[in-house]
Design a protein around this ligand. Structure first.
Ligand SMILES: Nc1ncnc2c1ncn2[C@@H]1O[C@H](COP(=O)(O)OP(=O)(O)OP(=O)(O)O)[C@@H](O)[C@H]1O
Length: 220
């Protein structure tokens, strides 16, 4: 199987810029990639389109599909269920496109137990402060939701520090990150991983590379 035909799993904390990078990639390569459209029980945000951004379903419908083994991975986050259906991935493959999945840590763990064999890319924020600013700037979440996302971000970072991903990209300058991301996605040569920052809630941008995952805070 060529590198290009392996699915690409993109993960990273909420608000780090995954959708932004993916939108740009799909705009630049309208025929090369296909997004595995996830199911979710959360409500659509303004502008989100059912069947394009997500399949927005009721909790009952989600649980029915889960019972019939319809999901490759699923997770609950902020009291909403999210999942990747087998059918969503098959549909992209059938169209002859490289399948891209946008998945959080629990989902990555589950996918690792399947035979999907994707390339795992982790998008990291440069600092906790910048992640918070992006979440606040996006203006889609309440203050409480932002706090929850920041808490979950710590877990995402902790998981990334275990070395679970093939490539780490720190989304500092969007243009530079996109350039690297694009090269990973089109399988154009080796792309060197960035150094994963050790994020703490009050970090500005420090990363001396000497701390271990155990040094990461367990709460904010
Ligand atoms: N490199 C960057 N520098 C500054 N702002 C950025 C950068 N990348 C993305 N953003 C902004 O950060 C916000 C969050 O980005 P985005 O919605 O793409 O995150 P996400 O990782 O897809 O989040 P979620 O997982 O919740 O869908 C957006 O307002 C986006 O414009």
């Amino acid at each position: 199987m060529s590198l290009f035909s392996r699915p690409l799993v993109v993960s990273g904390p909420s608000g780090v810029g995954k959708s932004t990078l993916l939108k740009r990639l799909f705009a630049d390569f309208p025929d090369k990639f296909g997004f595995s459209v996830s199911h979710t029980t959360r409500s659509p945000r303004p502008g989100e389109v059912d069947g394009k951004d997500y399949h927005f379903v009721s909790r009952d419908d989600f649980l029915d599909l889960l019972k019939s083994d319809g999901f490759i991975e699923h997770a609950e986050f902020s009291r909403n269920l999210y999942g990747t259906s087998r059918r969503a991935v098959e549909k992209v493959h059938a169209e002859g496109r490289r399948c891209i999945l946008d998945i959080e840590a629990q989902g990555v763990r589950q996918i690792k137990k399947t035979d999907l064999n994707p390339v795992y890319v982790f998008i990291s924020p440069p600092s906790m402060q910048s992640l918070k600013e992006r979440l606040v700037g996006r203006a889609t979440d309440s203050e409480e939701q932002v706090q929850k996302r920041l808490l979950t971000a710590i877990e995402e970072m902790r998981y990334a520090h275990t070395g679970a991903h093939d490539i780490i990209l720190v989304n500092d300058s969007l243009d530079q990150t996109y350039d690297k991301f694009k090269r990973v996605a089109i399988g154009n040569g080796d792309v060197e991983s960035d150094v994963l920052p050790n994020l703490s809630p009050d970090s500005s941008n420090e990363n001396d590379g000497t701390r271990t995952p155990n040094d990461l805070p367990t709460h904010v």
